[in-house]
Design a protein around this ligand. Structure first.
Ligand SMILES: Nc1ncnc2c1ncn2[C@@H]1O[C@H](COP(=O)(O)OP(=O)(O)OP(=O)(O)O)[C@@H](O)[C@H]1O
Length: 649
């Protein structure tokens, strides 16, 4: 008989002694049962012998024992003792864990959360991090210029031309640091998540004081804000309807956007006032949300202004692309619900989602192609682009108007967000979309005025100059606070145009001209847009330094030649780009350029009118056919003036 069997039998003997049963009988029964197999298999275990071959009859003898009263009490004792031991073990484990935990604070940071980025940036500011010996190299900036240690820190030229590289914690490795005299460990883990690899940071801080962790988080947030203070983050939604940071841009100064006097200030003040009025809204039970509708001519600065305002208000921009393939009502709803509390949500070309789900340009192209094909058909000619002309318009967006309306002010719509929507087709928007509560402030952007042209010129050749509006404001403030007028010297110090100014401090007050590296021949052909690329190579060169008076004079001449509300600010800027360092030529050649622009514009308008006429005629011929491209969402042609009281600037 092998050892395990002996142990079992002796155990049974002990148990039965206590219960007074005949143990010998039981044992002999078991021995009989095992004898047949153990005879020819030395060392067979109890299990194999009991359940092999012809034994079932003998094994049955065990059952009366197992269920007999005396044996049962033995089993109960075993269970009780076992249970007691296990409970003690668990209690001890729990106690030990709690005892140990009371000396630590732990926190987990998920990669999707911005706090993960705070920690990564904070880590990079730690002197100990510079000495680490095992790292992962990454080109991800985690929303700030510096996460972990930048390898390119001393090699700026290289870093400008290529993507920067960073040291980040290796997954599963634990790093130890000190924070305010406390021991801190950081471990980064990577797991396969539902949509790809999920990264987490696990932090353990040896302290019993929860405030220390809060302090660390505050420090981390501060480090992050300092790191990105002149930057703003752009977020878009991915195919899973989650927000992803896609870019980090330098903030654009509000002064670089030239609008008619008062417009910028009105929007800025309104937005600032809104952000500071949470309590006011709560007290009155008004949803704490604000919507701005920027409409008007293309290239008039709508998008630029939004980005600039967001930068000024230190808010990130969340772009909601209504025409994104795969986005439907529920996706839009969840996107809007997931917006952070303080942010700028941007819906560009809000009309496009309900017409074709395509960009305006593509719309017009397709319209033209379709009409071209149709006209060819009408005239009996074989259309060259018949296939293209008959190309079905892909309707990528599945967002309905009611879905958008619900998402904008439904129960789940995020509080504290500022919504900016832009459109070039104001009149085609549904009044419900534009009503106060959804779009509270409507701002029209027109083609360039003479005032804008003049300010743009000044800005272009002296980016550091303050605009007329800013200057006036500043003067007003100064006069108010000091009660004195600006002296002559101050005036002079602004004499330098600053255009391509060097670091030489003397230059800031000088009013001399530095020789332009590239002089125009005086009679330059108007460069076509294609030439712009070639001109770029000169942008690092120095242009003339203009005195304030020269700049004013040129700007005035420039503005005189720009017809009121005929060309866009974007095209004016494009024109100036071809004269980056030749302001005089820009003024001289403007007349010719304007002529061409106006001719092209008239031509476009004429074509548009013709198209419109053809459409009308077709409609008359086929009255029952719904006009192509009209959306299912059914945007109303009713003009907004019928809506409640939107504030229109
Ligand atoms: N008012 C302006 N002041 C300064 N720059 C302007 C202004 N308007 C347009 N620009 C310049 O023109 C370019 C295009 O401007 P932006 O994209 O903001 O126009 P938009 O009105 O949003 O056009 P769209 O309606 O086609 O989207 C930008 O590079 C911007 O610098």
């Amino acid at each position: 008989m092998d050892l395990p069997l002996q142990q079992v039998l002796s155990g049974i003997l002990k148990m039965t002694d206590a219960s007074g049963l005949n143990a010998t009988e039981i044992i002999s029964g078991i021995l009989n049962a095992t004898s047949s197999s153990s005879n020819h298999t030395e060392g067979t275990t109890l299990n194999t012998s009991l359940f092999s071959g012809s034994m079932p009859a003998n094994i049955l003898a065990l059952f009366p024992l197992l269920f007999s009263f005396g044996a049962l009490s033995g089993w109960v004792k075993i269970f009780l003792i076992g249970g007691l031991v296990e409970t003690c073990r668990r209690w001890f484990g729990l106690f030990y864990e709690n005892a140990v935990d009371s000396f630590y604070m732990t926190a987990v940071f998920d990669e999707d959360d911005v706090s993960y980025q705070w920690m990564m940036v904070w880590l990079s500011t730690q002197p100990a991090w510079a000495k680490i010996r095992q790292v992962q190299v990454s080109t991800d900036t985690y929303g700030a210029d510096r996460t972990a240690i930048s390898i390119d820190a001393d090699d700026d030229e290289d870093a400008v031309n290529t993507r920067k590289m960073f040291y980040i914690p290796t997954p599963s490795k634990t790093y130890t640091l000190w924070y305010k005299g406390r021991f801190l460990t950081i471990t980064r883990s990577e797991e396969q998540g539902r949509w790809g690899r999920d990264s987490k940071l696990h932090l353990t801080l040896t302290t019993r004081d929860p405030k220390l962790l809060a302090e660390l988080l505050k420090d981390a947030r501060r480090a992050y804000m300092v790191c990105r203070e002149d930057k703003m983050c752009i977020w878009t939604s991915d195919s899973t309807n989650s927000w992803r940071q896609v870019a980090r841009r330098a903030k654009r100064s509000l002064g670089s956007i030239v609008l008619d006097p008062g417009v910028k200030d009105t929007i800025m003040e309104d937005a600032r006032d809104f952000l500071a009025s949470r309590k006011w809204y709560n007290e009155r039970g008004i949803p704490f949300r604000r919507g701005y509708l920027l409409y008007g001519a293309p290239g008039s600065g709508k998008t630029s202004l939004i980005h600039s305002l967001a930068g000024e208000l230190e808010l990130d921009v969340y772009i909601i692309s209504l025409s994104r393939i795969g986005l439907d009502d529920s996706g839009l709803d969840s996107l809007i619900n997931e917006l952070p509390e303080r942010c700028v949500a941007l819906m560009e070309d809000i009309d496009a989602a309900f017409t074709h789900g395509l960009t305006r340009e593509l719309d017009e192209d397709l319209d033209e192609k379709r009409l071209g094909a149709k006209d060819d058909e009408d005239s009996g000619d074989e259309p060259n682009n018949k296939k293209k002309g008959q190309m079905p318009v892909p309707n990528a967006s599945r967002v309905s108007l009611s879905g958008l309306l619900n998402a904008l002010d439904g129960i789940g719509a995020q509080e504290g967000r500022i919504l900016f929507a832009t459109t070039n087709k104001y009149s085609s928007l549904d009044p419900a979309l534009c009503r106060p509560g959804r779009m509270d402030l409507h701002i029209e952007f027109k083609l360039a005025s003479k005032y804008q042209a003049r300010e743009l010129f000044k800005r272009f050749y002296n980016p550091n100059a303050r605009g007329e509006e800013e200057q006036e404001q500043e003067n007003r403030k100064e006069n108010e606070s000091m009660g004195c007028e600006k002296n002559e010297e101050d005036e002079k110090s602004e004499g330098d145009s600053g255009y391509n100014s060097t670091n030489d401090s003397s230059s800031s007050s000088s009013s001399t001209l530095s020789l332009p590296s590239l002089r125009s021949s005086g009679n330059v052909d108007l460069p076509k847009p294609a030439v712009c690329g070639a001109m770029h190579q000169h942008c690092h060169m120095h242009g003339p330094k203009l005195t304030k008076r020269q700049l004013e004079r040129m700007a005035e001449e420039f503005a005189d030649a720009v017809p009121e509300r005929e060309v866009s600010m974007a095209s004016l800027q494009g024109y100036l780009m071809t004269y980056k360092i030749r302001p005089e030529d820009a003024v001289k050649n403007l007349g010719g350029w304007i002529e061409i622009e106006l001719r092209e514009k008239r031509e476009k308008e004429r074509r548009k009118e013709e198209r419109q006429k053809r459409r009308e005629e077709r409609r008359k011929r086929e009255p029952n056919k719904r006009e192509e491209g009209q959306s299912e969402g059914g945007l109303s042609d009713t003009h907004l003036r019928n809506t409640e009281n939107p504030r229109i600037l």
